[in-house]
Design a protein around this ligand. Structure first.
Ligand SMILES: Nc1ncnc2c1ncn2[C@@H]1O[C@H](COP(=O)(O)OP(=O)(O)OP(=O)(O)O)[C@@H](O)[C@H]1O
Length: 218
């Protein structure tokens, strides 16, 4: 199993004591599987993604990712896992403002040692970015920036992609189109995908669906 989450628990401090957000979440994802995660606003979807990425510490339970227990790793071990195994597409795109589109796409791939130029230009082609490769992020629309963020993650060919509303800033028609391209490229790369979405329509396009409610998955 690529990802096994067992009895995961997470609370945050609140004004009236700790607020329990995840209350025993158990979930497995095999290599190449795609899963949509839905749930009301504030139900803990982003929290779950952050914990899997090792960006925050768990309170209880375990996350096994590609044979590593995420929370048993030190900071550099978690950083290595993020660099080599996980690709992250969050809503704030985190493109590097001083790099042009081509360099942004290549950036993550270089870090993880995957530098196939043909692969990069093909990705840019499929995502409709060829005309923008020499532009800087601030010269792009929100939708174009989202495509660059998607291309950047795919270029590194991670085993697991964590995506939080990756088409959340797009109108419905464009979101459908970009999601189609994204899912086709994910399938081609053989990556597993754990994707948060508010849209039942987009969720239905993934292989599996889990719903987070009251701190547990249904
Ligand atoms: N760093 C933090 N400190 C305190 N509380 C937090 C922190 N991060 C998240 N929370 C709280 O935990 C709960 C879950 O937040 P989370 O962002 O995971 O929800 P979500 O399901 O992703 O929501 P949305 O769909 O609105 O993005 C919320 O009540 C939020 O206020």
């Amino acid at each position: 199993m690529l990802l096994s989450i067992e009895d995961l628990r997470k609370s945050y401090p609140g004004p009236e004591g700790a607020v329990s957000v995840l209350r025993g979440v158990t979930l497995s994802l095999a290599a190449g599987e795609t899963l949509a995660l839905t749930g009301e606003s504030g139900s803990g979807k982003s929290t779950l993604l952050h914990l899997v990425a090792g960006l925050d510490a768990v309170d209880g339970g375990r996350i096994l990712l590609d044979g590593h227990e995420v929370n048993a790793l030190d900071d550099s071990g978690r950083a290595r896992l993020r660099r080599n195994t996980v690709g992250i597409v969050f809503q704030q795109f985190n493109l590097i403002p001083s790099l042009d589109v081509a360099a942004n796409i290549a950036f993550q791939a270089r870090l993880s040692g995957a530098t196939d130029r043909e692969d990069l230009s093909r990705l840019a082609g499929v995502l409709g970015l060829e005309a923008h490769l020499r532009k800087y992020p601030e010269q792009l629309s929100g939708g174009q920036q989202q495509r660059v963020a998607i291309a950047r993650v795919l270029a590194a060919r991670p085993k697991l992609i964590l995506a939080d509303e990756p088409t959340g800033n797009l109108d419905e028609a464009t979101a459908d189109e970009v999601m189609g391209q994204f899912l086709a490229l994910v399938a081609e790369a053989g990556s597993a995908l754990l994707m948060v979405t508010h849209s039942p329509r987009l969720a239905a396009r993934l292989g599996r669906h889990a719903h987070l409610s009251q701190g547990r998955l249904a």
